[in-house]
Write a protein of this length. Structure first.
Length: 236
């Protein structure tokens, strides 16, 4: 058994956050025959409803994440992943197709304006912690070769080997990237706005539905982490 554990240091900063967690098993990340051809294009258009105002930071979803990032140490210029997706959609430079699994969860992220991470479960070492970095934890971002180190006080996801995601939900580690050959995945999706609880619940339900409808993947272990329920237990 493995766990996602949200450490007390995180709850001291963000007591109201909720995180939807789930796993997907026995994935065929090559077969996109049932994925709608316009899935991502449609999602990019829907995403624009979340960011109608200029500047982009004036929109409630983006503003909330900007305020959250002011509460901990971040790398200069770091922005939450969902802001980057929404910005591209707003500027008519939306995200394109990558692979079936990534396309499906990106479509949910765009349409519901929540960041979603998908980590290769087979490359995770030990338990996953959402925590505050002590400083120096190693990290190699997707698309890069040179290692970085987490800053003291930075919010990170980490396992026993290093950082899985820097600046909370900014960039993921290349070690656990969801590739065409990935077979098993761990997902997590954060909500920092209590008034969007219903949206967050619906986004999780729709993610499960699209995995079943488009990729024939059954997900049966959805769990919502909160301060009162700070762990998600899953099978290795």
């Amino acid at each position: 058994m493995q766990k996602i554990i949200v450490d007390p240091e995180f709850w001291e900063i963000f007591p109201d956050v909720e995180i939807t967690c789930m796993t997907a098993r026995d994935i065929d990340n090559h077969d996109d025959s049932n994925v709608p051809d316009n899935l991502i294009q449609h999602a990019n258009e829907v995403a624009k409803k979340w960011v109608p105002d200029d500047p982009i930071s004036a929109n409630p979803v983006v503003h909330a994440w900007r305020e959250a990032y002011r509460k901990f140490k971040t790398k200069k210029g770091a922005r939450n992943a969902v802001e980057n997706l929404l910005k591209r959609a707003k500027n008519d430079k939306g995200v394109g197709n990558i692979n079936p699994v990534v396309d499906v969860y990106n479509s949910i992220s765009l349409e519901y304006a929540f960041p979603i991470a998908a980590e290769d479960l087979d490359n995770i070492v030990g338990d996953v912690h959402l925590t505050v970095a002590k400083g120096g934890e190693p990290f190699v971002p997707i698309g890069e070769d040179e290692p970085e180190e987490a800053l003291t006080g930075e919010v990170i996801y980490r396992d026993e080997q290093g950082v899985l995601s820097r600046c909370w939900a900014w960039r993921d580690s290349s070690r656990v990237e969801a590739t065409d050959d990935t077979k098993n995945l761990l997902f997590y999706m954060e909500n920092i706005q209590p008034d969007r609880k219903d949206d967050h619940t619906e986004a999780g339900e729709q993610l499960i539905k699209r995995f079943k409808d488009y990729l024939d993947i059954d997900i049966n272990d959805l769990t919502i982490i909160s301060k009162d329920n700070p762990e998600f237990v899953f099978n290795k």
